[in-house]
Write a protein that binds this ligand. Structure first.
Ligand code: G3P
Length: 232
């Protein structure tokens, strides 16, 4: 499963890139508005930081408005994937964009039937929102599971992008099901690496090593004369 960050914050993106695990970025109008920056220059900066797909969302609600915005967004950078909401007008726009070779991420997906239609219209990515379904007492991960079954059954190439992942267990479950991508806030990415036993274990190793060094034995042990290949 490829890891995406669900953010428009360049500091978070820069930090995640330095970890060497980040594949792409998803944004939405709420995340972009939080940054208070010019949309185009923000997207260009994100594209310069991450060499994968960067989703940018349209805000029009008719096919014509979406197509107009999609063409502008796609022209900004080749990495841009146009995010389109899962409404009838959105499907019409996706059909046209797919015939033009413009990649789309169909968003605000909450059911397998919506995902089926998005795939048929030619979506490159489908974004089912796991956390928001959980919020209304509907098991969000089940939707990912059913979409995976349907797409596999018919060989759809639309990639499943598990979105609205709120905690590490969501990430684990999405990966177990075989979602192609998991997109998450930076704080969830941070939670993925944290384990108290790792911190405790490292602390203990370092403490033991400090004692060892104090006794003067470590110094002798790591001199080149005692390395196995040093006399070759
Ligand atoms: O970008 C869409 C999605 O990931 C939003 O997540 O936590 O606002 O439901 P959330």
């Amino acid at each position: 499963m490829k890891i995406f960050l669900d953010t428009a914050n360049v500091d978070e993106i820069r930090e995640a890139v330095s970890w060497g695990v980040l594949y792409g970025i998803t944004t939405n109008p709420s995340l972009v508005s939080k940054e208070g920056r010019d949309f185009k220059s923000l997207l260009l900066e994100i594209c310069s930081l991450v060499k994968g797909p960067i989703s940018a969302e349209v805000v029009g609600t008719t096919k014509e408005e979406m197509l107009r915005e999609a063409h502008i967004l796609a022209a900004i950078h080749e990495q841009i994937v146009v995010k389109i909401p899962l409404i009838v007008e959105g499907l019409k726009a996706v059909k046209v964009l797919s015939s033009e070779g413009i990649r789309t991420n169909v968003t605000l997906c909450f059911s397998p039937t919506q995902a089926l239609l998005a795939a048929k219209a030619g979506a490159s990515y489908i974004s089912p929102f796991v956390g928001r379904l959980d919020d209304i007492s509907h098991e969000g991960m089940e939707t990912i599971r059913v979409i995976k079954t349907i797409y596999s059954q018919y060989g759809f190439t639309t990639e499943i992008l598990a979105a609205s992942l709120r905690h590490p267990l969501h990430v684990v479950e999405a990966a177990k099901i075989g979602a192609d991508i998991g997109t998450m806030p930076f704080k969830v990415l941070e939670q993925l690496i944290k384990h108290p036993l790792t911190d405790l274990g490292l602390e203990r190793f370092l403490k033991d090593w400090r004692v060892f060094k104090k006794e003067g034995i470590a110094q002798q042990t790591v001199t080149s004369a005692t390395l196995p290949h040093s006399h070759v």
